[in-house]
Ligand binder design. Structure first.
Ligand code: GLA
Length: 712
């Protein structure tokens, strides 16, 4: 898979080649990334005397050699490459020029766990490591490349020597000599995360930045670069996804000679990291390639995530169906009320009851108490241990909501440790949801969080924890960490807590959350097997969020609940069956008060939970195909990897007079098998090529169809 010959590095995956070469001046050129090739792609580089291009001194009077147009694996400032750089270093004297020259390389087996960061886990991986050295400061860049199936994982570490440097920007870049490309990105807002958008890469950089200290609802840190004619089923596409949960920057631009540069990495304008006899590792970047459109790309990428990134759910609960009390009660409950909800949840077939916000200190609204993680005995009329025991005695596991990274000004913690909150010295803090962010770059804060979590997990006998994060960072000032380091060190502090919990409590299931899906990324998925997809629980709007998220994330990672109607966010009334079908495209749960359901609704939910459990492993371990995604209707197919079973879900949005029918081609089924659908045997070739008429009755808005399909 990794071949090194005459300074030519050829990395070959199942369906792609990635090639680099060290040229005669020691520069690492990026030659090729695309469908498999053999041979040396440096033959396509043109060396020409270009007007107004600059040449390095070593090139003498040869004006045909310039970094202004060469495809580079590492791009910096000050060397005659006038494109947007990936790496910016300022030297001890304040200059920002840097030149990295090839030093050495090695090939070894096994992926390296990067200390303090999530990293892919591949036992039989082959890894290429290339070391470059910077001419002035002698700082080193260590590049790593791991190949597996259709994916490549890039790593980059910067190691400073005696000379002080400041790392100001740290992005991986990719240069493509020619071609017309589009970028697909996933934008949104709270309650409307990961909406797919597509733009043409042109001259003038298209940039996306999260400077919120977290991934954000507004733009996800996963992108797809594709040929301008790529569609769901045809054409080349590659995904770029950071294993990172903090601020990040992406850019894509076309250059004067028609080449394209794309960059993605951690940090925003707040980032500046001083190094001296020390090092910093960038989060890994997962790159998956497909020549067969977005559908195939998603399947290849999401299989990789399931096998090599997502933390296995070691909890004794098998695909737990949970009931969360947030939309059932908000802050208004007692221990008795919770117990009655948990009992009813058990009767409906739930495995887990989750107590959400409002159980601690004086927390009866969102104005206070974050940081004071002891139960409110006056409100519960019992302690946490008793509540947990009473609930688990009913035969249902118990889980708890926490928001450990936050502090309310109205709290004991803030009174005792105002210096633990991120806020400027001489200025009042900027509030978000009335709260402040704790300084996770401070080891004392991390130790405090670990200790109260230990206490809660033990006393509450927790099987599960919902880890929330409900505001972004604004005040980048810490009492212990230089301001420019906070974006990075904060996330390292966060990951260190997850590492600690995962190791100490391997059977504790943690679900990520950030005001819904504001920190939905591979960094979190490495530590938490699922994340709450969005605070928007409306079935129709959620379809869009699920479809957008499915491009770069496995649906097994989507926390997905059936809620009450009228829906609390949109006030829309949708049928229970539709809500349940939409929730099945993820990790199923309920977000309602079961004591308020009619007998008929209870029976329907009981049935739906049984159905979900029948299909759960197909949904979670199978492949997800987007069949139809329009303003009128959506349809998806979950197919087992051996293509013997499938579950089709379709939702028609509005009913119309004299309606137009909806059809889907069941991509993902095997054309050579026959399938049983609703008692009828239908050849796979017919389902894949002629397709299926979706049997909507069009008698109601928001009508859903669910069909189980099995090989016969
Ligand atoms: C966030 C979460 C919700 C809920 C509330 C509680 O908004 O996304 O699910 O937990 O916080 O305050």
């Amino acid at each position: 898979m990794i071949k090194v010959e005459n300074n030519l590095f050829t990395l070959t995956g199942d369906n792609f080649t990635y090639q680099m070469k060290v040229d005669s001046f020691g520069r690492l050129l990026h030659l090729y990334h695309g469908p498999k090739i053999i041979g040396d792609a440096s033959s396509i580089i043109s060396y020409r005397d270009r007007g107004f291009s600059a040449s390095p001194y070593e090139a003498g009077f040869d004006r045909t050699y310039s970094y202004d147009y060469l495809p580079l694996e590492i791009s910096t400032l000050g060397e005659g490459d006038f494109r947007t750089p990936g790496i910016i270093i300022s030297q001890e004297d304040g200059t920002t020029s840097s030149a990295f020259i090839y030093k050495e390389h090695r090939v070894y087996n096994g992926s390296n766990k990067i200390k303090g960061l999530p990293s892919v886990v591949i036992e039989d991986a082959e890894c290429l490591e290339i070391t470059l050295e910077e001419e002035l400061s002698k700082a080193k860049i260590i590049l790593t490349y791991i190949i597996k199936d259709s994916s490549l994982v890039r790593g980059l570490e910067i190691v400073a020597g005696d000379k002080k440097i400041k790392l100001k920007k740290a992005l991986y870049t990719f240069d493509y000599l020619y071609g017309s490309f589009d970028v697909t990105y996933f934008e949104g807002r709270h309650c409307s995360e990961r909406t797919r958008k597509r733009a043409t890469i042109n001259t003038g950089a298209l940039t996306f930045t999260s400077r919120r200290g977290a991934t954000s609802h507004q733009i996800n840190n996963g992108f797809i670069i594709c040929d301008s004619n790529t569609t769901e089923l045809f054409g080349s596409a590659l995904s770029l996804e950071l294993l990172w949960s903090g601020s990040f920057t992406f850019f894509a631009e076309k250059n004067q000679y028609g080449s394209t540069r794309v960059g993605l990495g951690m940090g925003s304008e707040f980032f500046e990291y001083e190094l001296q006899n020390s090092s910093i590792a960038l989060p890994e970047l997962l790159i998956t390639f497909s020549s067969n459109g977005f559908s195939d790309l998603s399947i290849k990428n999401n299989r990789f995530i399931m096998s090599h990134i997502r933390r296995k759910n070691l909890s004794k609960l098998n695909n737990p169906v949970l009931l969360n009390n947030w939309e059932a009660t908000y802050f208004d409950f007692t221990g008795e009320k919770l117990l009655s909800i948990a009992k009813e949840a058990k009767a409906l077939g739930c495995d887990l009851f989750v107590l959400d916000d409002g159980w601690f200190s004086n927390r009866n609204d969102d104005l206070s108490s974050l940081g004071d993680w002891f139960e409110n005995k006056d409100k519960l009329k019992m302690d946490l241990n008793t509540l947990s025991s009473l609930i688990t005695k009913e035969g249902i596991a118990f889980g708890l909501w926490v928001e450990p990274e936050m502090v309310s000004e109205n709290s004991i913690l803030f009174k005792n440790h105002p210096e633990w909150a991120l806020m400027l010295k001489n200025k009042k803090p900027v509030r978000g949801r009335y709260q402040l962010v704790l300084d996770l770059s401070n080891k004392d804060v991390v130790a405090y969080i670990k200790s109260f979590l230990d206490d809660l997990i033990t006393r509450g006998k927790l099987s599960y924890m919902k880890w929330d994060y409900n505001r972004f960072i604004t005040d980048f000032f810490s009492s212990v960490t230089p301001a420019g380091k906070i974006e990075y060190d904060y996330i390292l502090g966060l990951y260190s807590i997850f590492e600690y919990l995962n190791e100490k409590y391997p059977h504790l299931m943690i679900e990520g959350c950030s005001g819904g899906g504001g920190r939905f990324d591979l960094g979190l998925i490495y530590y938490t097997p699922q994340s709450w997809l969005s605070d928007n629980t409306d079935a129709i709007e959620r379809l869009d969020i699920e479809f957008g998220s499915s491009y770069l994330y496995p649906i097994a990672t989507f926390g997905s609940h059936v809620s009450a109607v009228p829906n609390h966010q949109t006030h829309r009334v949708t049928p229970l069956f539709t809500r349940s079908c939409v929730a099945m495209l993820g990790s199923y749960g309920l977000e309602l008060d079961p004591t308020k359901l009619s007998e008929e609704e209870k029976n329907e939910i009981k049935f739906e939970i049984k159905e979900y459990k029948k299909y759960a492993s197909l949904i979670k371990d199978g492949d997800f195909y987007r069949l139809l995604d329009s303003n009128e209707a959506s349809s998806a197919l979950c197919v087992s990897r051996d293509k013997s079973k499938a579950l089709l879900i379709a939702v028609n949005r509005l009913s119309h007079g004299n309606p137009v029918d909806h059809y889907v081609k069941l991509n993902g089924l095997d054309e050579n098998k026959s399938y049983l659908i609703n008692g009828k045997v239908i050849p796979g070739s017919l389902l894949v090529n002629a397709g299926l008429l979706l049997p909507f009755t069009f008698s109601n808005d928001y009508e859903a169809i669910r069909l189980y399909i099995e090989e016969i």
